[in-house]
Write a protein that binds this ligand. Structure first.
Ligand SMILES: [Zn+2]
Length: 256
């Protein structure tokens, strides 16, 4: 069993807003249920998106790859497993970003290879607030996926992941970034954890299916505000966004 040997909170910066500080906001375009229903074309550009956050994840129109937003740069990880810079004019059907300002920073050293779930179980406090989480450092193993670009008529997302491309990265340095979403936000977003990965040299990555870490730094930003922007046209307006889609969602996010 993995044992966490040393956890050192090096800072606990409760950023009590002095009134004039910019708000800590998760900025989200469209909803996870729309993506499950095959709404794969949106009007939000990457250029517009990064005005609202320097950190985040999502996908691209026609489901052309996994999105990583890191340090205000947008990367697209296509189904060849490689990362490409996305032009600011490229559009997304679903994305979420934040201006990352960690409340907590942990340096994590250990004598095992904890899974992501094991790390987060110990370190992320129970919360009804969304949390942005960034983990930088050495990863023993990361299993990632991307999906091939789609053509109309679009199939449901749960069908498309049957064609996903899966890649295993071993002993790599990089960044795992994502969000922890409270269960009450189901339908709008994905309850639980959602992470994407990109290597330190920004050459590879994808949607994270499994991971074991080496020595890493974990930063957590609890965010009390959600700014949801919905598509005003296109498939979104007629998609069936109600009902419990948690079974499909589990298949889409965790299938490996
Ligand atoms: Zn993803």
């Amino acid at each position: 069993m993995t044992r966490i040997r040393k956890i050192t909170p090096i800072a606990l910066l409760l950023l009590l807003s002095p009134g004039c500080a910019p708000p800590d906001v998760v900025y989200q375009y469209s909803t996870i249920n729309a993506l499950l229903e095959g709404v794969y074309d949106g009007r939000m550009t990457c250029g517009q998106l990064v005005r609202h956050g320097d950190f985040g994840l999502g996908t691209f129109n026609a489901l052309d790859g996994e999105m990583v937003v890191i340090d205000s740069k947008v990367y697209k990880i296509r189904s060849d497993g490689k990362a490409y810079r996305a032009p600011s004019s490229e559009k997304t059907p679903f994305a979420m970003v934040a201006k990352f300002k960690p409340n907590m920073i942990f340096i994590i050293e250990h004598d095992g290879q904890p899974t992501l779930e094991q790390l987060l179980e110990y370190k992320v406090p129970d919360s009804n607030l969304p949390q942005a989480i960034r983990i930088d450092g050495h990863f023993k193993y990361v299993k990632v996926r991307s999906v091939p670009k789609q053509k109309r008529p679009y199939r449901r997302l749960a069908r498309i992941v049957d064609d996903q491309a899966v890649f295993e990265l071993k002993d790599v340095r990089g960044t795992l970034l994502g969000f922890a979403i409270p269960p009450y936000m189901a339908g709008v977003n994905m309850p639980g954890y959602h992470f994407h990965f990109i290597t330190e040299d920004r050459s590879r990555g994808g949607h994270v299916l499994k991971c074991r870490t080496g020595h890493v730094e974990m930063q957590i930003d609890e965010i009390p505000e959600l700014h949801l922007v919905l598509p005003e046209s296109g498939d979104f307006l007629k998609a069936n966004l109600s009902g419990d889609k948690s079974g499909e969602l589990h298949k889409v996010e965790k299938q490996n």
